[in-house]
Design a protein. Structure first.
Length: 458
């Protein structure tokens, strides 16, 4: 056998081995995503309903969906340090995923014994969100190293559809378990079942993470953007105009968004089945219309979609002021899913068009922190209104009206957004949470972007 023949055979052997490793990784990356998404639907989605079942009140039920996000946004800043400390992105992600699965244990115990201090349930939720958000940047970098650029967009597109289906199945399973528990008079035990399923599912997804490979990695080519520099771009930078508008929308939306859960369950007195129906309707609507918005974006550009969605989201909260009929609210949820799908797609596309690739991780990390602050500020405004009106029906009407008025004031910022996508590509997303009147809260999977550079990004 000649030297060239041996070299060719060796190269083919390496290629076959690499292809085998890739197929193995793709199988477990998909498994992790599906299991994680099911956990979101069956577990985290019903945490506000759990606080109501424990008698913690409607304001707590609203704030439990927002305030703990700040812990996640703050601790994600430690991700680069954690990755360096542990030596690999994989180890950091596994640590965060394990902590997130453990966070269900105190909730399970609380459901069994029938009580937990308010501060403790906020602490548990903070650990849950800190683990989720801290894992995100490292996971995106890790996926960029093991999944070749040539298949990313197509692969993550398919994976996103499976994840959306898994989230929906989780919502339906959770709703069915709660409806059964409610009818049998064992509602808290039904919550215990959900939290057990959620924790075990996250643990199973962690085993999928552990089965994935990670090549050797060196960090290169990425720039940290100081907060002061970002503030200096407020008036002339297209990226900061977009992000400023998004933060304003977040504040105005969260005045009411956090309180749809207690409004449906406490004020309207909907059953767990009706509650599940409304939650799943906006999620399904958003998932159905998202591919349509993607095709429209490729023809018309993302800015037109953003303008339409930015105007369309203004009246969504106010529609809840005019009816208490379940069938009418289902239609409202269909409209909400349609509008929020357009808004999220447009903002994701514009973010990756306007923010330089070498600054993207740094800018989005700071934006996530500001975004969490906006969510909390908006929800605290809503809490103040509700408490001022003794958590009454009138208080909810004022909350919905105030949110609508504040959304109207964002129009000026909307039309300051001048960025446009030149050749918009589909962006895969992963569900982080499910919220009424918004569908799911998604995060973009950076490695699904065809223009993403090879290599790590911290």
């Amino acid at each position: 056998m000649t030297r060239s023949t041996r070299s060719s055979t060796s190269r083919e052997t390496r290629e076959v081995a690499a292809e085998r490793v890739l197929r193995h990784d793709l199988r477990y990356v998909t498994g992790d995503g599906v299991l994680y998404s099911f956990m979101v639907g069956v577990g985290e989605t019903y945490l506000p309903a759990f606080t109501l079942a424990l008698g913690m009140g409607e304001v707590v039920a609203g704030l439990i969906a927002t305030v703990p996000l700040l812990a996640g946004a703050l601790l994600q800043l430690a991700t680069p340090w954690g990755v360096r400390r542990l030596g690999t992105h994989r180890r950091w992600v596994l640590l965060c995923a394990t902590l997130q699965s453990i966070s269900f244990v105190p909730l399970l115990i609380a459901a069994v014994v029938g009580r937990i201090p308010v501060w403790a349930v906020f602490g548990v939720a903070a650990v849950y969100w800190a683990s989720a958000m801290s894992a995100g940047p490292a996971w995106n970098t890790w996926m960029g190293m093991i999944i070749p650029r040539r298949i990313r967009a197509r692969y993550f597109g398919r994976r996103s559809r499976l994840c959306q289906l898994a989230t929906l199945v989780g919502i339906l399973v959770g709703g069915a378990v709660l409806a059964k528990g409610e009818s049998d008079g064992h509602l808290l035990m039904a919550f215990a079942v959900l939290f057990a399923i959620g924790g075990l599912t996250r643990l199973a997804s962690t085993t999928c993470l552990a089965r994935q490979s990670e090549p050797e990695n060196t960090v290169h080519g990425h720039r940290r953007v100081p907060a002061r520099e970002l503030l200096g771009r407020l008036h002339h930078g297209p990226d900061m105009r977009l992000l400023t508008y998004m933060l304003a929308v977040q504040v105005s939306v969260q005045v009411s968004a956090a309180y749809f859960n207690p409004y449906m369950l406490s004020e309207l007195g909907f059953s767990k089945s009706a509650y599940m129906l409304l939650l799943s309707t906006s999620f399904v609507s958003k998932s159905i219309f998202l591919p349509l918005w993607g095709r429209i974006a490729q023809r018309t550009g993302s800015r037109r979609i953003l303008h339409g969605a930015g105007l369309g989201l203004i009246p969504l909260a106010s529609l809840w002021m005019f009816t208490e009929q379940l069938w009418a609210l289902v239609l409202v949820q269909v409209l909400a899913g349609l509008v929020w799908g357009a808004y999220e797609l447009a903002t994701f596309l514009l973010m990756f068009e306007t923010i330089r690739e070498d600054e993207r991780t740094s800018v989005l990390t700071l934006f996530n922190l500001a975004n969490a602050g906006s969510i909390i500020f908006g929800s605290l405004v809503g809490a103040g209104i509700l408490l001022g009106f003794d958590q009454s029906m009138r208080g909810y009407m004022i909350v919905f009206g105030a949110s609508t008025l504040m959304r109207l004031f964002t129009v000026g910022l909307l039309f300051r957004v001048t960025a446009e996508t030149t050749h918009p590509e589909p962006i895969a997303v992963g569900p982080m949470a499910v919220r009424p009147n918004m569908g799911s809260i998604d995060r973009p999977i950076l490695t699904s972007i065809a223009t993403e550079v090879e290599g790590p990004a911290e």
